[in-house]
Design a protein around this ligand. Structure first.
Ligand SMILES: [Zn+2]
Length: 173
């Protein structure tokens, strides 16, 4: 996995599946929403939301998985919300339990609700696993963007090489 920076211009995609280099029968979208730095006015603050969306080739075999992984790993407000619901928020339970187990001497830990603890821990672990799996399985990911520069991650190294060759005119450094 490598990050490349390029000018926000016309991109030429290698005519191969971005995951397996096979015949591309379809395409999927990589999307990213970026909220700009706030501008302060006298009575209000203004943010600009920039939505960048690009389509890249993919084979039939990898379309479903790559689409699902792309939706979960893309940078968006919905995913920040899901991250809080499935990782950060339920993680409070096992973290509190561990803390009490290690440092608390008041005896509160004597009757913990083990079922609740196990369920919350499982939600956190499954959340983390789904998140990592999606990060690894997204062939092309936009990590950040402005109206001038796009930063992308491309998983497959051979695909990345070919991509660089085709787009060397708009690559930055
Ligand atoms: Zn493929």
């Amino acid at each position: 996995m490598a990050t490349i920076k390029l000018k926000n211009a016309q991109i030429i995609w290698p005519q191969k599946c971005a995951h397996c280099m096979g015949t591309p029968e379809s395409s999927i979208k990589a999307e990213c929403s970026v909220v700009s730095r706030p501008r302060y006015y006298i009575f209000f603050i203004r943010y600009k939301v920039l939505k960048i969306s690009i389509s890249y080739p993919i084979c039939k075999k990898h379309k479903v998985l790559a689409t699902a992984a792309g939706i979960i790993s893309k940078r968006s407000l919905i995913n920040i919300f899901l991250f809080i619901m499935f990782i950060a928020y339920p993680a409070i339970v096992p973290i509190t339990f561990l803390y009490l187990l290690l440092f608390d001497k008041s005896g509160m830990i004597n009757t913990p609700d083990y079922n609740f603890l196990i369920i919350m821990t499982l939600i956190v672990l499954i959340g983390i696993a789904v998140f990592i799996f999606s990060m690894l399985w997204t062939p092309v990911k936009i990590s950040s963007a402005t109206d001038k520069v796009i930063k992308m991650k491309i998983n497959n190294n051979d695909y990345l090489m070919e991509f660089k060759r085709l787009n060397h005119a708009v690559l930055i450094n």
